[in-house]
Design a protein. Structure first.
Lengths: 219, 129
């Protein structure tokens, strides 16, 4: 029994190696036949880019959530202060309206309300500005979806080409999938948000660099 | 006078259109309309009077560069200042926008102060403020 088992084990790696060799050859020939060799190289380059784009989305959405929560905390602090002061001044006015005015409580309260309103308004603007992540991440997501759709489309084509002839039914299924699959979408000429500007001399890293560039051009 | 100016905000993302309109309103520019791409923008520009355009670049149908080019080629629209507000951060895009006649360029994400400064700077240069 042991001898038979050893023989099987000894043959298996050779068999697997041979099969892998055949598959690799088949894949290589298929890719060449489809003219996909260059595309595969470009996918390999795009996948890390897709990873950095997804990281960018995670960072932007995280920062936006943080900004919104901080602004809400600040706004609530000012709102709570004004609510408490309103109750206190109300009680003072009920107790002795003349004294409440004469001692400056009412005037101080009005100043407090004015300052708190300004702060709350600033917090609301910050919350609104934090929503700009929707535009930026939307553009980046669209690029990742395009990449995924292109890879899916090419893989389905590859599967059809390499499907064994003895399983025509599978080929038909794949052909049906291919018909439904989005055809290759070319990247738009415009590049959208720069997800990692570090070390890229062709892009600006902020508004001050835009202003410098325009100033250098005489604008 | 500046507060009476009519703005057109062009962006394919409704969130961004709303943000820009609200920021303009906070800066005192209360009269603003919006368009979701260059095609709709051109229709609105040709059917109504506008004094200032704030436009994104990367949009479907007709992008910001195409909109700018068509505006500058149109005798009735070429005087309207166009401020580009975009995520496109490539230097060649900024140079192209300037050479195509954009009055200013803001890269996203931006602040309220940046938008206010650029709008006011353009209005001052044009003698509208």
């Amino acid at each position: 029994m042991n001898t038979a088992s050893s023989a099987t084990t000894a043959e298996a790696p050779q068999d697997i190696h041979q099969r892998l060799g055949m598959l690799t050859r088949q894949l290589h020939d298929s890719l060449n036949g489809l003219g996909l060799t260059d595309k595969v190289k470009s996918w390999a380059g795009e996948i890390p880019d897709a990873k950095s784009r997804l990281t960018y989305i995670a960072r932007l959405t995280g920062e936006a959530a943080e900004k919104v929560l901080n602004s809400v905390d600040n706004a609530k602090f000012h709102h709570d202060h004004i609510s408490a002061e309103t109750r206190r001044i109300g009680a003072l006015i009920v107790k002795d309206p003349v004294a409440a005015v004469a001692k400056g409580h009412v005037m101080n309260f009005i100043t407090d309300v004015e300052e708190a309103s300004k702060e709350i308004d600033k917090n609301l603007t910050d919350i609104m500005m934090a929503q700009d992540f929707h535009d930026l991440t939307g553009q980046v997501i669209s690029k990742v979806v395009t990449l995924a759709a292109n890879i899916e489309s090419q893989l389905v084509q590859l599967l059809i080409l390499t499907a064994p002839s003895e399983v025509p039914a599978k080929s038909q299924v794949l052909a049906a999938v291919a018909a439904e699959t989005v055809t290759i979408v070319t990247e738009p000429i415009l590049s959208g948000p720069v997800v990692s500007p570090e070390g890229n001399p062709d892009v600006v890293k902020g508004q001050s660099e835009v202003d410098d560039l325009l100033a250098s051009l005489g604008f | 006078m500046a507060n009476e100016l009519k703005f057109l905000v062009v962006d394919d993302f409704s969130t961004m259109r709303r943000i820009v309109r609200n920021l303009l309103k906070e800066s005192g520019f209360t009269d603003a309309d919006e368009a979701e791409d260059g095609v709709v923008a051109l229709q609105k520009l040709r059917n109504s009077k506008f004094d200032f355009v704030v436009s994104d670049i990367n949009m479907p149908n007709k992008n910001g560069f195409e909109l700018l080019k068509e505006m500058k080629a149109d005798e009735k629209l070429k005087h309207i200042p166009v401020l580009m507000v975009t995520a496109e951060a490539r230097k060649e895009d900024i140079v192209l926008a300037a050479q195509s006649g954009a009055a200013g360029y803001i890269v996203k994400p931006f602040t309220k102060a940046t938008l206010e400064d650029k709008v006011n700077l353009i209005l001052t240069k044009l003698g509208l403020k």
